[in-house]
Design a protein. Structure first.
Length: 374
């Protein structure tokens, strides 16, 4: 028995999709519905508005009918467009090109259409969007480290310089590559350089060059390996500086050599987008036989200096004694005071014993001389 009427109940948080002969005919609002359908050509599909995203195989027909106007947020995204969706104030999803509909009756829905042809997504809520599980399917997320800068290349062409932090780029529209450049100071060690001086002495020298990047684009464009290029340049400059000096001159002018090395690297460093902050000669290693020879020379020099100093001190002492003797000879009173000082020191040092002998003929006796002194 065929019943000509069909009864449907649509609850308050639901919506009915009415189809006749498989084609969409309209929406059925919440409530009780009685449809006359003697040939069983009509069907009602009930969907919940609690899940605001309306998915249906005939969504394009439903949208074109206009039945969703005022009831749902509809987005028809072209190939160059992307959609951002917030539900109840929380970010929900990123939408790729296609047609989408979100019910607005039960939940607060906010949508935003973005032109992806700019490639880079700049948004106040970028970190929230990037944290979405669906972000990886639509975005390339690149983080430029602190104290670094990033060079953005699109399809192999330089586009712009990025600051440190997170950056997002839409997938599928172009080849995007970011080259990170460290802006902090770095050190290149010039180690184990066997160099020959002007007087044919071979030295092994270790030097250091401290540098930093001032122009990131130049630093990436002008050379494949920045550190290796700077190392080779420092080698060549150091070789020319040492080769123009004799050993003794070099050892006495190491500070000047460091300054000359820095000046020699400055022009080339500017071409590479660098600034040289300091240069230093760290170690100078002489050959074994040369080291022994210089040790002997140094020892001989020090011995000669010590002998010269001793002779100078002896001469000064003798000159002082001669001056004292002359002064005493010219002043008998000073001589008498010196003799009294001598006796006083002897008396203070301990017991004073005086031996008195017989006097010779025509001479004063020893006792009389001592009494005369006292």
């Amino acid at each position: 028995m065929c019943f000509p009427f069909k009864n449907f109940h649509v609850r308050s948080f639901e919506m009915g999709l009415l189809f006749r002969d498989g084609e969409f005919r309209g929406l059925m609002n919440p409530g009780q519905h009685r449809l006359f359908d003697p040939r069983n050509r009509t069907s009602l599909q009930i969907v919940s508005q609690r899940d605001p995203w309306l998915t249906h195989e005939q969504l394009d027909q439903i949208v074109r009918s206009g039945a969703l106007n005022g009831r749902a947020a509809v987005l028809d995204l072209q190939d160059h467009q992307r959609g951002l969706v917030w539900i109840d104030g929380r970010f929900s999803s990123i939408l790729l090109p296609g047609t989408y509909a979100y019910w607005t009756g039960q939940r607060e829905v906010r949508t935003e259409v973005v032109d992806a042809r700019s490639l880079r997504l700049q948004h106040d809520e970028l970190r929230t969007i990037a944290a979405s599980p669906l972000a990886s399917r639509a975005l390339d997320l690149i983080t430029v480290a602190r104290d670094c800068t990033g060079l953005l290349y699109v399809d192999g062409q330089y586009r712009e310089t990025l600051t440190s932090g997170m950056h997002a780029f839409w997938k599928g529209l172009a080849e995007v590559r970011v080259v990170e450049v460290d802006l902090r100071e770095a050190i290149v060690d010039i180690t184990g350089q066997d160099l020959m001086t002007a007087d044919k002495v071979t030295l092994r020298i270790n030097a250091t060059v401290t540098w930093r990047v001032t122009d990131a684009r130049r630093a990436v464009t002008f050379t494949e390996d920045l550190r290796q290029t700077l190392y080779r340049e420092a080698q060549l400059v150091l070789r020319s500086i040492i080769g123009a000096r004799e050993l003794d001159v070099f050892l006495s002018e190491k500070g000047a050599v460091s300054r000359e090395l820095g000046d020699g690297l400055k022009e080339r460093a500017e071409q590479l987008g660098l600034a040289i902050t300091s240069v230093g000669i760290r170690d100078v290693i002489l050959p074994g036989e040369m080291k022994e020879l210089m040790n002997r020379v140094t020892e001989a020099k020090k011995a000669a200096e010590a002998n010269l100093i001793a002779r100078r001190e002896e001469t000064a002492a003798m000159r002082s004694q001669a001056n004292t003797a002359r002064l005493l000879a010219e002043n008998p009173t000073l001589m008498r005071l010196r003799e009294l000082e001598t006796l006083e020191r002897i008396a203070a040092a301990g017991k004073l014993s005086i031996l008195v002998g017989d006097k010779a003929a025509g001479e004063k006796g020893l006792a009389e001389k001592i009494v005369g002194l006292l």
